[in-house]
Ligand binder design. Structure first.
Ligand code: NAD
Ligand code: UD1
Length: 330
């Protein structure tokens, strides 16, 4: 298939590009470099030994985007491009709606106009809102708690309505849990700007000595050791989930959780990281982070049953690969 990857130089998009090329698909990347750099393109070439056509454009801008559809005939779109920092979205809600929702609208419109029938969207477990885990696709969605989450819920709705009204246009809404880790080459991985908000990039910076200590947000949750529980998924397993979703679009709207189904606490992740990598991660427990939930993990059964996809990498793999990437690159 010939596939347009928006946001393809970002963390998840770059790993998915490698998997797609490994499976002999043709990949075109568009990215405005808002949260990535051109060096990722060189690294993708090193890993795959292939040239990847790239356009530096803003997909929220229709005028910039349309020529890409005039120059190429795509079989599918995988739409990763988006802003993703929860705290920043609270401070700058309009930028988030403008960027994330317009991007989805533009891509859906051009998909229909230019006859691209398959559309895969990067959604998030955040759309479930506050309800008990395991989270399952049949659950009714609860109110989102921040503008970032709302852009995902709105994009899901836009794509669902568009698919229902425009056969054979069909969409897969992939609800990611917590992607961490990096490619085994250590050439691509997660490289956030500034001080990381998310747990694993913070751990790797502390291990490297760039940040003094990890702050654990709360040890009074009703969990095994009092710290928050999440469903961490290796980014390469996640990338493979996109291939499975592309290969099997069963109906107009397809929704899948991409997670492992296993909950891991903050302390368990820190301990695994230290043991696997033989480095220390100093930490102190502080108060809860506003908006955090105690326990979030997936029921990944539907993706296994319908897509034949399941994760294969362990928490140890995730910790080792994240550290190798941090040591060698950032
Ligand atoms: P990322 O920031 O590394 O990648 C996103 C890419 O999109 C970046 O390269 C950025 O430059 C690009 N981009 C942003 N706005 C754009 C625009 N208007 N036009 C063109 N390019 C644009 O993020 P990621 O972690 O790879 O996430 C990819 C997608 O998955 C995002 O939509 C994100 O919301 C979603 N997601 C991520 C996580 C996570 O934990 N990383 C969890 C759930 C969902
Ligand atoms: C967060 C977002 C979520 C988004 C996801 C990926 C919030 C409330 N949720 O998920 O919407 O889809 O990132 O971008 O921001 N932790 C610490 N110390 C830290 C960082 C995190 O203890 O310095 C803890 C958190 O309390 C949580 C766990 O580690 O229990 C994971 O946190 P994080 O990596 O930020 O992911 P989420 O909060 O699950």
């Amino acid at each position: 298939m010939k596939i347009l990857l928006t946001g393809g130089l970002g963390y998840i998009g770059s790993h998915t590009a490698v998997e797609l090329l490994n499976h002999h698909h043709e990949v075109i990347i568009v990215d405005n470099l808002a949260n990535s750099s051109l060096s990722v393109l060189d690294r993708l070439k090193k890993i795959t030994h292939q040239e990847i056509p790239f356009y530096q454009i803003d997909v929220a801008n229709k005028v910039e985007l349309e020529p890409v559809f005039l120059h190429h005939t795509f079989d599918a779109i995988i739409h990763f491009a988006g802003l993703k920092a929860v705290g920043e979205s609270v401070a700058k809600p309009l930028e988030y709606y403008q960027n994330n929702v317009l991007a989805t609208l533009n891509l859906a419109s051009f998909s229909i106009k230019y006859g691209v029938h398959k559309f895969v969207f990067s959604s998030s477990a955040t759309v479930y809102g506050d309800q008990p885990s395991p989270l399952i696709e049949t659950m009714e969605l609860k109110t989102t708690t921040n503008p970032y989450g709302e852009t995902k819920a709105m994009s899901e709705r836009i794509l669902t309505d568009a698919a229902k009204a425009n056969p054979p246009f069909s969409v897969s809404l992939l609800r990611y849990f917590n992607p961490i880790g990096a490619h085994e080459s250590a050439l691509i991985g997660e490289n956030p700007n500034g001080i990381p908000n998310n747990l694993m990039p913070y751990i790797t910076k502390v291990a490297k000595g760039e940040l003094k200590e990890l702050q654990i947000y709360g040890q009074d949750y009703p969990t095994i050791d009092g710290t928050g529980i999440r469903d961490y998924i290796h980014v390469v397993d996640l990338a493979k989930g996109h291939i499975a979703a592309l290969n099997k679009m069963k109906s107009a709207v397809n929704i899948y959780n991409l997670g492992t189904g296993k909950g891991v606490s903050v302390l368990e992740l820190v301990t695994a990281f230290q043991n696997v990598n033989h480095v220390r991660v100093p930490y102190k427990v502080v108060g809860r982070r506003p908006g955090d939930l105690a326990i979030v993990y997936a029921d990944p059964g539907k993706a296994k049953r319908e897509l034949g996809w399941e994760t294969s990498k362990t928490i140890e793999d995730m910790c080792r690969d994240a550290w190798n990437f941090e040591k060698q690159n950032v």
